[in-house]
Design a protein around this ligand. Sequence first.
Ligand SMILES: Cc1cc2nc3c(=O)[nH]c(=O)nc-3n(C[C@H](O)[C@H](O)[C@H](O)COP(=O)(O)OP(=O)(O)OC[C@H]3O[C@@H](n4cnc5c(N)ncnc54)[C@H](O)[C@@H]3O)c2cc1C
Length: 177
Amino acid sequence: MFARRGLNTFFRQTQRSYATANPKKIQYNSLKPYVLVGTGLCLGGYGLLSYQKSGTAAIDSDCYTPLSIQEIKKVNHDTRIYKLAYKNKNACVEIPLSSSVYVKDDSMQIMRPFTPVSDSDTKGHLELLIKLYPDGSMSQFLKDRTVGDILEVRGPIINWEYQPNSYREIGMVNFID
Ligand SMILES: Cc1cc2nc3c(=O)[nH]c(=O)nc-3n(C[C@H](O)[C@H](O)[C@H](O)COP(=O)(O)OP(=O)(O)OC[C@H]3O[C@@H](n4cnc5c(N)ncnc54)[C@H](O)[C@@H]3O)c2cc1C
């Protein structure tokens, strides 16, 4: 009832501006509730969008995100799985097939791509299977990292997008040294 009365007043006052008689001044007080409700809705919507954005964007393909090393699993003498925790424990990152993420080392000013081995629906973390080379720059940087250290990660980067069923056969090559 309150809302209808306010709207009627508003429309009546707006219509008067087309009449020949001098229009009455619009009573802005009657519009206050609508302005307040509108502002509230806008702010609420903006807040919700910002929350959703921060909740889903665990990593970014345009800029580096600091991720904490949650676990380092030794696979063999020179290969390890680095489990990197997202800030949001419930976040998942869509990792398309054949995409990679970059890890950087600011002290040496180098970055190297790695192919995540965790799935797109893995919640809260990203896993990288990394072979450490004795004379490799990134390898030496990673070799010295321990649980709790931060790795700067950017991605996923899609260099080439695989379309399902687009090839009759797929050949794979594995180098073993
Ligand atoms: C798209 C993409 C995805 C990749 N994904 C992974 C991954 O999931 N896991 C992973 O371990 N690596 C991956 N790599 C390789 C990785 O990016 C680095 O090249 C590797 O870790 C070596 O970096 P480095 O700085 O330690 O060595 P560098 O300092 O660049 O090289 C030092 C020496 O290491 C040796 N070396 C370097 N790279 C290789 C190599 N690929 N094969 C054999 N010898 C090498 C060479 O002898 C070289 O002289 C990927 C590369 C690309 C392009």
